[in-house]
Design a protein around this ligand. Structure first.
Ligand SMILES: Nc1ncnc2c1ncn2[C@@H]1O[C@H](COP(=O)(O)OP(=O)(O)OP(=O)(O)O)[C@@H](O)[C@H]1O
Ligand SMILES: [Mg+2]
Length: 262
């Protein structure tokens, strides 16, 4: 129900959800000659606005590369990427930095926290750089939900891996960006802390219309999403709507089986 309402509110036409990010014929190659690796091989994808999209696939299939390209953190070799109506491929550095800062939240696979800042300072850093004041009420809610209320004065080295992960999640959510990308945002959390963070991400999609894209290896994490996109060898090979953990697990077994026989 909530999903259907979000769709209408977001102005999708003919029942199609609006598109927050779009990749067309995207190729990303690293190196050249003998050492050339094609990480993305003509990828077309629409990321739906106000939805939770999971990206899955074997290690090395191009998941992080795809997210980095969609978020303007990495350039593409060829093809086009749009965020909203703005084509980001070919944008000059300054404009791209500005757009990333204003519109995108990113939760990195390695958290990328600044060691000299405490948890709260890390969370508000992107906004401080942009010269924006955090919405105190929202910030409190984010901090509460990720369970960091008692740890805000601690520096990253004084936090567990799971707590650092939660700081990284809070930092991405704090400025309420139009779109949040998470590279295994619950990869370092135990199942209970992971469920809390996933529940919060789900809630921010349902109640606030947040657009969320998440890479995960975990079928249970993927089951929080509205849609799962499967990558293999730099190509989108399948997708699934309203996935259950069991369905995702079955689909992954399928990949493994084929991987072994080919
Ligand atoms: N900077 C780089 N230079 C050369 N090759 C790279 C670079 N970054 C990634 N690759 C290669 O591109 C391919 C896709 O990498 P990517 O990091 O996107 O995989 P992934 O699906 O995120 O894997 P994982 O699940 O292990 O994080 C891999 O073969 C990888 O070795
Ligand atoms: Mg990765």
């Amino acid at each position: 129900m909530t999903t259907a309402m979000t769709e209408t509110r977001q102005g999708g036409t003919g029942g199609h959800p609006a598109v927050a990010a779009r990749a067309r014929e995207v190729v990303k190659a690293y190196g050249s000659g003998e050492t050339r690796v094609v990480a993305l091989d003509r990828v077309d994808v629409d990321i739906h606005r106000g939805r939770f999209t999971a990206i899955m696939g074997p290690s090395g299939s191009g998941k992080s590369t795809l997210m980095h390209c969609l978020a303007g953190l990495d350039t593409v070799t060829s093809g086009h990427i749009h965020l909203d109506d703005t084509e980001i491929t070919g944008l000059k550095d300054k404009k791209l930095t500005q757009l990333r800062r204003d519109k995108i939240g990113f939760i990195f696979q390695a958290f990328n926290l600044l060691p000299t800042l405490n948890a709260l300072e890390n969370i508000t850093l992107p906004m401080d750089i942009a010269g924006r004041k955090p919405d105190a009420q929202w910030l409190a809610r984010v901090v509460e939900t990720v369970g960091l209320a008692g740890r805000l004065k601690h520096r990253p080295t004084e936090l567990s891996g799971g707590q650092q992960q939660r700081v990284a999640v809070a930092r991405a959510l704090a400025s309420r960006p139009q779109i949040i990308f998470g590279d295994e945002p619950t990869g370092n959390l135990d199942s209970r802390a992971g469920a809390e963070v996933l529940g919060f991400l789900r809630q921010s999609v349902d109640e606030l219309g947040q657009t969320m894209v998440m890479v995960t290896h975990d079928p249970v994490a993927a089951s929080y999403a509205d849609r799962v996109i499967f990558l293999a060898d730099g190509r989108i090979v399948d997708e699934m709507a309203n996935p259950s953990a069991d369905q995702v697990l079955d689909r992954m077994k399928d990949f493994d089986a084929r991987g072994r026989t080919s």
